[in-house]
Design a protein around this ligand. Sequence first.
Ligand code: PRP
Length: 176
Amino acid sequence: MKRIATMLSPEEIDSRLREMGREISEDYAGRQLVLVGVLRGAYMFLADLCRYITIPIEVDFLGVQSYGDETTSSGVVRMTSDLSRPIQDKHVLVVEDIVDTGLTARYLIQNLETRKPASLALCALLEKPKNNVGGVPIRYLGFTIPDQFVIGYGMDYASLYRNVPYIGVLEDQKEN
Ligand code: PRP
């Protein structure tokens, strides 16, 4: 078991989500908004964020994978499950846990654009600006972080650590 160094505490995450929820609620007031969570990493972020959104919303999910069990992106994005309902003429906000190389976000925006939503934008909890070559603009961003592999709050290393209630970095040492 590796030790985890805290990067963002539950309190820091919660307070930022409150602000993001307020902003989204104001911007989309009177519109038909669908939050599209990107599985699996975004499930916890979406669940917490949507509690701070005060307008009626739909929630849907799709699944993509680009990392496998590695800590660097394979560069190949694969859709593992699709939306359950059409998004045509709806306002769609894609909810991602992290934009790293930006390849997943770019793939998703290009894919969903073909389904003719009324609008399409990206919300991400984390961005590594140093790596984001995908060039997709993030309309709602929680935090910018340095180029370190992060786990917790939905994000995994080799399928583990998603349930850690904060965002951390694995320290390369063994526990006694
Ligand atoms: C992670 C993360 C994003 C993507 C970001 O997903 O959840 O979807 O990678 O990386 P990128 O900007 O370099 O494309 P991952 O493939 O690890 O799947 P998971 O969400 O199921 O953990």
